[in-house]
Design a protein around this ligand. Sequence first.
Ligand code: FAD
Length: 416
Amino acid sequence: MKIAIIGGGPAGLMAAEAASAAGAQVDVYDSMASVGRKFLLAGKGGLNLTHSEPPENFLAHYGTRGAQLAPLLASFGPVALRVWARGLGIDTFVGSSGRVFPINLKAAPLLRAWLRRLRQARVQFHVRHRWIGWDERGALSLATSQGIQTAQADAVVLALGGGSWPNLGSDATWVPLLGERGLCIAPLQPANCGFDVGWSEHFRTKFSGTPVKSVAVIVRNDAGAESRCPGEFVITETGVEGGVIYTVSATLRNEIQAKGVALLHLDLTPDREIQRVVYDLSRPRGTRTMATHLERRVGIEGVKAGLLREVVSKEDFADPVRLAAAIKSLPLRLIAPRPLEEAISTAGGVPFEALNTRLMVRSLPGVFCAGEMLDWEAPTGGYLLTACFATGYAAGIGAVEWLNKGGTSEAVSRLG
Ligand SMILES: Cc1cc2nc3c(=O)[nH]c(=O)nc-3n(C[C@H](O)[C@H](O)[C@H](O)COP(=O)(O)OP(=O)(O)OC[C@H]3O[C@@H](n4cnc5c(N)ncnc54)[C@H](O)[C@@H]3O)c2cc1C
């Protein structure tokens, strides 16, 4: 039984491992000169493999896609992932936030050990092989430096990634290829992304690259429910990006899509009640400027003071009550998400409705999909990689099961 995996990211490699362990002969094809490039990049800032919270909390991070991912995460979820990493000689630890990391925080040792084990299991790797579709006989067409080659496989797992950081391989060129086959792909969109604000020249020059720490962001979702997330972010040339912005980025992106603009509110002093801020600002300031008063009494200076100056009118800045209100709920008008290429991950992709429970495309028997190319999204926190591993595992096992049951359209319906 021969299974081709196209895409050597975490989802594809997990599909390769699962299929190989279940007895298949596995070939992995990737367009780049080496596999796992985005995975390696993810390890640069500390590889957040998964999260240690209870399953029901974990699942909630996938929003409406939680229902489809639940059975897959039950088969290969956060606990299984940690056991699997330990099997590769990589112990993990739970950070203070509940996030799970490899002991040395890096991706490279894990990837090296994983590739060694896959090669020992006789998984064959074919790098610089770009999948460009199927030929007229149904064989896989692959663009290589020696020209177009074809490969036959009894089943295929596509694990081609989303569209962010295309220089690392996932460039979304698969979208039209599957579109031509009649698949209706949900438009790819940036997820866990930054946003444009359109700073004044003065603010941009002075503060671009500056972190804004110990704040809370307040957003309202489509249903009007308010959520408040503490954290930090960074001022960019054009707007804002980073941790706490990524957490609320799906809501903000959807709001911009619906209304053309999204409103984000910043609490610049999350540990101080508004009454206290009013009281502090209302104390006599003598000959001190309001800026000095603000710094001495409320501890607001630097970039936080700059943000107030950027957004608040001169009159409001001089009024303790109105200034306090702005400090506790400073409105930032976001005009556009940053482009998909810059995002951490991708929303949209192959909809679950087009797949059976083993992630086989219903209209393309023998073709399975896994990883970020599927239509789900989640915040950072280990949820992205965990779902990639879980869907890769399900697709790898699913392909073998399908072939074991005869690999026919009837087998499709038997698999559900
Ligand atoms: C800066 C950054 C940091 C991140 N940090 C984390 C983190 O700490 N924790 C976390 O959970 N997630 C993190 N992520 C997200 C995570 O890396 C991705 O969700 C994950 O790599 C997606 O896995 P995948 O296998 O679906 O796709 P990818 O990893 O994108 O792999 C897809 C593969 O398919 C290949 N390919 C694409 N098209 C073709 C083609 N036509 N023919 C052949 N091969 C093709 C590509 O070359 C690539 O190797 C981070 C992402 C970024 C950008």
